[in-house]
Design a binder for this molecule. Structure first.
Ligand SMILES: [Fe+2]
Length: 176
């Protein structure tokens, strides 16, 4: 179950899924909660995880022009976990929408919604589905749990390359 924290301009926490959905959708970010009935293990292969949720993802992929899917599966014993964390920890954008379906564990998305003067954090957990629109500045933190399994889907192999904004905004919120 997700937790939304508005960090700026006024700190506020929203835990009710319907309110989170409304808040995110108003800002062009799709947020939904999907069924996650399959128990998964850290040792499960990408194929096992994709197969378990193909019935949920296949219709969405078909309807929205997605061609590839993979899985980010990290836990505390994953080698080079801090290097993996640091890849997503600086504010960046993508040339296509960033879609994640969290099927185990959790991770924190941060969004810099400069046109509204807002910085928000969305803790995503099992069952949370999110689509971040292309060009929306954001960053993602594996901490503090360092345990997440999320399915990623792509419209093009190049689309998920991170274009770093170099704004440094993330540094202001590192201890939030
Ligand atoms: Fe991203």
């Amino acid at each position: 179950m997700a937790i939304l924290t508005i960090l700026d301009p006024i700190k506020k926490e929203i835990t009710l899924a319907s309110e989170i959905k409304k808040f995110m959708n108003e800002r062009g970010i799709i947020f939904e909660q999907w069924h996650t009935e399959h128990p998964l293990n850290d040792s499960d292969s990408q194929e096992t995880i994709l197969k378990a949720y193909n019935h949920e993802l296949a219709p969405y992929m078909k309807n929205h022009g997605y061609i590839n899917a993979d899985v980010i599966n990290v836990h505390k014993e994953t080698p080079n976990i801090e290097a993996i964390r640091s890849k997503f920890l600086s504010e960046h954008t993508h040339a296509e929408d960033e879609v994640r379906f969290f099927v185990d564990g959790e991770g924190q998305f941060f969004f810099n919604l400069a046109d509204r003067g807002e910085v928000i954090r969305l803790l995503c957990q099992k069952g949370d589905f999110i689509s971040v629109p292309k060009g929306c500045p954001h960053w993602f933190d594996l901490a503090p749990k360092y345990h997440v399994k999320a399915i990623r889907i792509f419209q093009t192999p190049e689309g998920w390359v991170a274009n770093y904004t170099q704004s440094g905004t993330e540094k202001k919120y590192i201890n939030e």
